[in-house]
Design a protein around this ligand. Structure first.
Ligand code: R5P
Length: 287
């Protein structure tokens, strides 16, 4: 089956790597704004008869990116693609997976159906907390996890002993998932969040060398407060590993004076040291 990888700007390096691994055709998707800010999307090559893998990630400008992604799927369908698959290394709105307060939006319930136009939607480490099964988000959704590449990075880069730490119960699946692959146990702390920007982390001694693992680094408050706890209890060397480096509101400036920061390339940034292209290529080769 002929495969065409078609990518938006933010995922072009990742998509290019995956196309090399799969030895398949690759194209950049053209995007422009109409004068009134509506989106214009165009393929540069024909998708006819192909399995089209559309890449986009959703860390910023999510609403526009969702629309352009849906329009791209429409082009592939209208011009005769055999299958249309979305590769969304970071998928948005998963944290709003219930009504947290009266009359607020249960966002993912209404966002997931927007991508029903795709035969499959591959998401790396979706933030599944209250809804644990990704098939309950959408029947076409497939979950991939970066715990293998993260464990590989730690195995290759840390020779001395260290403690693996998850800052909150939601990080357990990543911290303990990585720990299990390394034959270790993770310490998972308790987090009290009073607002989006105010968190408090349980006090605990974590040892001299600490690796903090979380799925999302957003504003960096969760990580900064965890670093402070580790330091207060004598940590000398701290590394922070995030799957998705959203890194808003000066997160990098909060973290790097105190710790080494490493993320995967689900969202490409200056700290993306863990490559997940092999993970994605492997899953797609079985699709
Ligand atoms: C929460 O459940 C996530 O696992 C992260 O801990 C959270 O999203 C991090 O957000 P921030 O960096 O803004 O504290």
């Amino acid at each position: 089956m002929a495969v065409l990888i078609a990518t938006f700007e933010k995922t072009k390096d990742l998509a290019r790597s995956v196309s090399k691994i799969l030895s398949c055709d690759f194209t950049n998707i053209e995007t422009k704004d109409f004068p009134d800010e509506e989106s214009y999307v165009r393929f540069k090559v024909s998708p006819k008869g192909k399995t089209v893998l559309i890449f986009n990630t959703f860390d910023r400008d999510q609403n526009n990116r969702l629309i352009e992604t849906i329009l791209a799927a429409g082009i592939a369908r209208d011009y005769g693609a055999k299958k249309v698959i979305l590769v969304a290394p970071y998928f948005p709105y998963l944290r709003q997976d219930t009504h947290f307060e009266d009359y607020d939006s249960f966002s993912i319930k209404y966002i997931a159906p927007l991508v029903e136009v795709f035969d499959k939607v591959y998401v790396v480490d979706p933030h599944l907390q209250r809804i644990r099964d990704i098939k309950k988000i959408g029947k076409n959704f497939e979950r991939l996890t970066s715990v293998g590449p993260i464990a590989g990075y730690i195995r290759d880069n840390f020779k001395e002993d260290y403690t693996l730490v998850g800052p909150d119960k939601e990080s357990r699946q990543w911290a303990q998932g990585v720990a299990s692959l390394l034959g270790k146990q993770a310490i998972v702390l308790k987090k009290m969040r009073s607002t989006w920007r105010k968190v408090k982390i349980e006090e605990k001694s974590l040892g001299k060398r600490v690796i903090i693992i979380d799925d999302i680094i957003g504003t960096g408050h969760t990580i900064l407060e965890t670093i402070k706890v580790a330091r207060r209890h004598g940590a000398k060397e701290i590394t922070v590993i995030g799957v998705h480096g959203i890194l808003v509101e000066g997160a990098v400036k909060k973290i790097v004076p105190h710790a080494k920061l490493v993320t995967t390339n689900t969202i490409l940034n200056a700290h993306s040291r863990i490559d997940i292209s092999g993970l994605i290529a492997d899953a797609l080769s079985r699709a």
